[in-house]
Ligand binder design. Structure first.
Ligand code: CTP
Ligand code: MG
Length: 242
């Protein structure tokens, strides 16, 4: 049997409140180099023409989304749904269910799930992820090998142990899986325990493939991450202009 070419979609969970970041405005809407953070994220995902449609999952009571969040090109591929849930996995499963109900997706089509709060995804990295996984039976994720020495802390913030970092990777997004199995994994597993799509897929007994990501593809989690993201974006804009 020849491999059929599969369609590729994306879901962006953007319904979080950014508790660790703090402040009144959710971090995905803060201005980053002059435009809302989420606009950079959308622009990064739309850069690969294989992604047919990007479903952005907003909180039902979101008041911060505005026209300024839309990139100047490719916005016709964006669908906004106000269907965020209590956890990230709830928001993702609602986005996948929307795809299933509104677009004639096949269970073997691909979906890339990417955090709204990761605005610095480089086009080359996205392309490498898709190229690396498009013929994979399971799918996988961007991740980076843990570089620092890892400590396990006790309750008093003293070191209990040094953990062997060999074989340890930090998971990033996008994470790319086939729509049917990912939906199955998210619907049947304990979503409160899933911090990424790979862990859901692992729950089915499958082994996601690791694709080398980049430190630049950081998630804005704490206030200091915002300035770092700004520097990364400014540096990549300078590179592409010269
Ligand atoms: N997210 C979501 N729905 C939720 C929780 C999170 O769509 N119920 C999204 C966030 O908007 C973000 C991504 O999942 O784009 C990654 O989550 P995280 O960085 O943890 O963002 P928050 O949950 O908003 O931040 P915190 O955990 O600090 O509250
Ligand atoms: Mg969170």
């Amino acid at each position: 049997m020849t491999l059929m070419s599969r369609r590729t979609f994306a879901v962006i969970p953007a319904a979080g409140t950014g508790r660790r970041f703090g402040g009144d405005t959710p971090k995905q809407y803060l201005l980053l180099n002059g435009v809302p953070l989420i606009r950079h994220t959308l622009q990064a995902l739309l850069a690969d023409p294989r992604i047919e449609c990007v479903v952005v999952v907003l909180a039902p009571d979101d008041t911060a989304w505005n026209e300024g969040c839309l990139p100047s090109t490719g916005a016709d591929r964006i669908r906004l749904i106000r269907a965020g849930g209590a956890t990230r996995a709830d928001s993702v499963v609602n986005g996948i269910n929307w795809l299933k109900e509104n677009i004639q997706v096949d269970t073997q089509d691909w979906v890339l799930v990417h955090d709204a709060a990761r605005p610095c995804l480089a086009p080359a990295l996205l392309t490498a992820l898709i190229d690396g996984l498009i013929d994979d039976p399971v799918g996988g994720l961007l991740a980076i090998p843990v570089a620092d020495t890892v400590k396990r802390a006790d309750a008093a913030l003293r070191v209990d142990a040094t953990v062997d970092r060999k074989g340890l990777w930090q998971a990033q997004t996008p994470q790319m899986f086939r729509i049917g199995p990912l939906r199955e994994a998210l619907m049947t597993g304990d979503r409160a325990l899933m911090t990424d799509e790979a862990s859901a897929i692992e729950g089915l007994g499958l082994k996601p493939r690791l694709v080398q990501g980049s430190l630049s593809n950081l998630k804005v989690t704490y206030p200091e991450d915002l300035a770092l993201a700004g520097m990364i974006l400014a540096a990549s804009a300078t590179r592409s202009a010269t």
